[in-house]
Design a protein around this ligand. Structure first.
Ligand code: ADP
Ligand code: ZN
Length: 731
């Protein structure tokens, strides 16, 4: 991209970037009247026409007579230089081809279609002659979404029926086509409506953030404070200041389920609803938001990570709420971390970033510690719960019975709460079957000799395997540590297995399982959670989804079934995630008027992470964790990239991975190290074998160019793939 040129005269060559899977821009002749760089255009490509963005002057190094012309300049606001720069930097950082990143920025159906030509369907009073189940689903969907307009193709795909079902209903007059209604404008938000009267700590925080926003320069602030400490009230003051400055603000939330409540708060604070952007927004809604963000009418966007790629006219502030949340990392397509890309986006447009969390990521903690980020701590608590009493249940002293995962003290505590008409939450962060082999007599777990990793039982192959390095061992019949022959066991309860135990122990209690893999729509899940919050269950069994933001006012006891889970995996973020998760889950127990209690089952009550969870000394935890990462050269004190090699068949996939491994010299010569290949944690996904490698390098190393050289020499056959994951969440 050439930042100096802004306009191309007619007859000149333009390099146009499209979203087609090509690894480069294509040259076209500029039509009459010339074209702005950044303009959205329609260009011929083979027999088709595709949308693209004028990315810069064309190269013009081939036969001009063969070059075709731009077919049309679309009536859309041009993509700003900041945005083009952002797209390029994201592509370079994530090592993704530009078109894939451009797709993130233009993922709006019908973008560029002339207004008024879009047809939507309306339900009439006519009933279909015959009610097939497909037809019934269409009608039920439209009734449920009354007042919303869907294009025919959109409706078919949302309901999951073929377009002939829709056509059939149209033919009978049950549905009619009409012109899409004009988009309602975004109404102005009023930053000067009174907010809550802030407490002293909040006020100081707000002053600091307002000042930062007024600077119109880039800067990042870590805003730390337990849930209920008033972080949201504080950062809404920063949003208010941003609106006063006439710039746009973006609030990123980690989960759609949390947006509803948040939108209501924004409306209460600023008098109007913000723009919403996430997978639950309709196509028409997306077009409206995209256009509103581009023309500046949408002053505040609340959304998921992809809202970073909206065409802001002038972005002045990005809030990343629950910044530690792993779901900010997009795990397919372009593998980017929205928290990090928010910082990049802000640095390009002179904007401020606020990272809010009760349990910050080590990355952000370290950046604040190093003075790269400002840090504000909120220590008082508002309205919400007082921190629960936390205690460990030492499972060595209270051993579990076979095929049971609740200790007696925990079971008694649950019985007490249920008898008192209160709720208990049992937290087990395990959905599937993921066994672990250990000795119940001494607590030893069978680990790999070469890695800091548990050996995982593979029943089919009848051995234990290390998922880090691929080493195997026979299944031990006695404990390798204490020699006891009688207590080797495979532990691996998922929440469903735990539910069986709970049902057997508490036959009269109402038990609810909340797990993200439940076959439920987001809507149904939300309704279910609301019912449970009102008291429809006595015992809630949940995975990490219960840790996020849902309030259960009747909940007074949290039982963590297995605090050791995830601690020993040798995973990069094992300690950090465990600390964050258990602290957050424990924080669900108790409100101001009902003191809560958290009981944490563990085989290792003296483990530094468990002690840190119980002791409340967070800084000590971060320092210890930082020191151990530093020793290991792990992020954020070293660079890391994951490589997933995948293919339809096991032998060849491993072979491809070994070809990469054979070129490790390129990495080691540059100062990096390579580990693997080994089966990926999920070794088979959608019928494909996945093998992984890991690359580690020192902090100062520019990892991407080295990786590019390394990978470029290996050409995967069709249907085999090498995917690079810069800054992987886990390995
Ligand atoms: P956090 O974002 O840290 O979880 P919130 O900003 O959501 O905290 O505040 C928690 C609760 O306390 C909310 O119900 C909020 O309305 C209330 N609250 C926060 N600050 C104040 C304040 N200064 N005065 C009154 N209520 C407040
Ligand atoms: Zn190993």
């Amino acid at each position: 991209m050439n930042a100096d040129v802004e306009f191309l005269e007619e007859g000149a060559l333009a390099a146009v970037l499209t979203t087609q899977p090509l690894d480069r821009t294509l040259d076209y002749v500029v039509p009459d009247g010339g074209v702005r760089i950044g303009a959205f255009v329609s260009v011929p490509l083979g027999p088709r026409r595709v949308m693209g963005v004028v990315w810069g002057p064309g190269a013009g190094d081939y036969d001009r007579s063969k070059i075709r012309s731009i077919a049309a300049i679309l009536d859309l606001p041009a993509m700003s230089a900041v945005m083009r720069n952002f797209v390029e930097k994201v592509a370079a950082y994530t090592m993704t081809p530009l078109p894939a990143v451009l797709r993130l920025a233009t993922r709006v159906p019908g973008l560029g279609e002339a207004p008024g030509t879009r047809k939507v369907l309306r339900l009439t009073d006519v009933r279909p002659d015959r009610l097939t189940s497909a037809r019934e689903r269409v009608l039920a969907f439209l009734e449920e979404h009354e007042g919303m307009a869907f294009a025919p193709g959109e409706l078919a795909s949302l309901v999951g029926v073929t377009s002939s079902v829709i056509k059939g209903l149209e033919g009978q007059g049950v549905l009619v086509r009409e012109e899409a209604p004009r988009d309602a404008p975004f109404l102005p938000l009023d930053p000067d409506l009174p907010g809550k009267e802030l407490a002293e700590g909040q006020r100081r925080a707000a002053v600091q953030l307002r000042e930062a926003v007024r600077s119109r320069r880039y800067g990042t602030t870590l805003l730390k404070g337990v849930t209920g400490s008033g972080k949201t009230e504080v950062y809404l003051e920063a949003v208010a200041e941003c609106l006063r400055a006439g710039r746009q603000a973006l609030v990123l939330l980690p989960e759609i389920a949390l947006t509803g409540e948040f939108i209501a708060r924004v409306e209460a604070r600023f008098g109007q609803a913000p723009a919403e952007w996430h997978s639950g927004v309709t196509q028409a809604g997306r077009r409206r938001v995209w256009a509103g963000v581009a023309n500046g009418q949408a002053q505040l966007v609340v959304g998921a990570r992809s809202s970073l790629f909206l065409p802001y006219a002038d972005l002045g502030l990005v809030i990343v709420d629950e910044e530690h949340d792993g779901s900010y990392k997009q795990e397919d397509g372009v593998l980017y971390n929205a928290r990090d890309m928010a910082v990049l986006r802000a640095s390009l447009s002179g904007a401020q970033v606020v990272l809010a969390s009760a349990t910050p990521s080590l990355e952000s903690w370290a950046n604040a510690d190093a003075g790269k980020y400002a840090r504000i701590d909120l220590t008082e608590r508002f309205g919400a719960a007082v921190l629960p009493e936390m205690a460990a249940i030492d499972l060595r002293a209270d051993p579990l019975e076979r095929e049971r995962w609740m200790s007696e003290p925990l079971a008694r505590a649950v019985a007490d709460r249920v008898a008192a008409g209160e709720q208990a939450l049992l937290f087990l962060n395990r959905r599937g079957y993921a066994p672990l082999t250990m000795c119940r007599a001494c607590g030893a777990q069978v680990g790999c000799d070469d890695c800091d990793a548990r050996m995982v039982e593979h029943r089919f192959h009848a051995h234990l395997m290390c998922h880090q390095c691929g080493a195997t061992k026979p299944i031990p019949t006695s404990c390798p540590s204490c020699g006891n022959p009688d207590h080797m066991a495979v532990l691996g309860p998922g929440v469903e297995r735990l539910a069986e135990e709970v049902a057997a122990r508490f036959p009269d209690a109402r038990v609810a399982v909340l797990s993200s893999d439940m076959a439920m729509s987001a809507r149904a899940l939300k309704a279910r959670i609301e019912e449970i919050a009102k008291g429809a269950a006595d015992i809630i069994i949940g995975t990490q989804m219960v840790a996020k933001g849902h309030n259960f006012p009747l909940l007074t006891l949290v039982g963590v079934i297995d605090a050791d889970l995830g601690l020993q995996g040798g995973e990069l973020r094992a300690a950090e995630r465990t600390f964050q998760l258990i602290r957050q889950v424990a924080g669900r127990a108790g409100r101001a008027d009902r003191p809560g209690e958290a009981l944490i089952q563990t085989h290792q009550p003296d483990h530094p992470v468990i002690k840190a969870i119980l002791s409340d000394d967070e800084e000590a935890f971060w320092r210890a964790e930082a020191a151990s990462r530093q020793m290991a050269g792990a992020p954020p004190y070293g660079r890391m990239a994951g490589v997933i090699v995948s293919g339809p068949e096991e032998r060849e996939t491993f072979e491809l991975a070994r070809q990469l491994a054979a070129r490790a010299r390129i990495l080691t010569d540059a100062g990096a190290q390579m580990f693997g290949p080994a089966p990926a944690p999920i070794a088979r996904v959608r019928g494909r074998t996945r093998v992984r490698l890991l690359v580690k390098g020192p902090k100062g190393l520019a990892l991407q160019p080295v990786l590019a050289r390394w990978v470029d020499g290996v050409r995967p056959r069709a249907n085999f793939r090498i995917a690079l994951d810069i800054d992987p969440q886990s390995f």
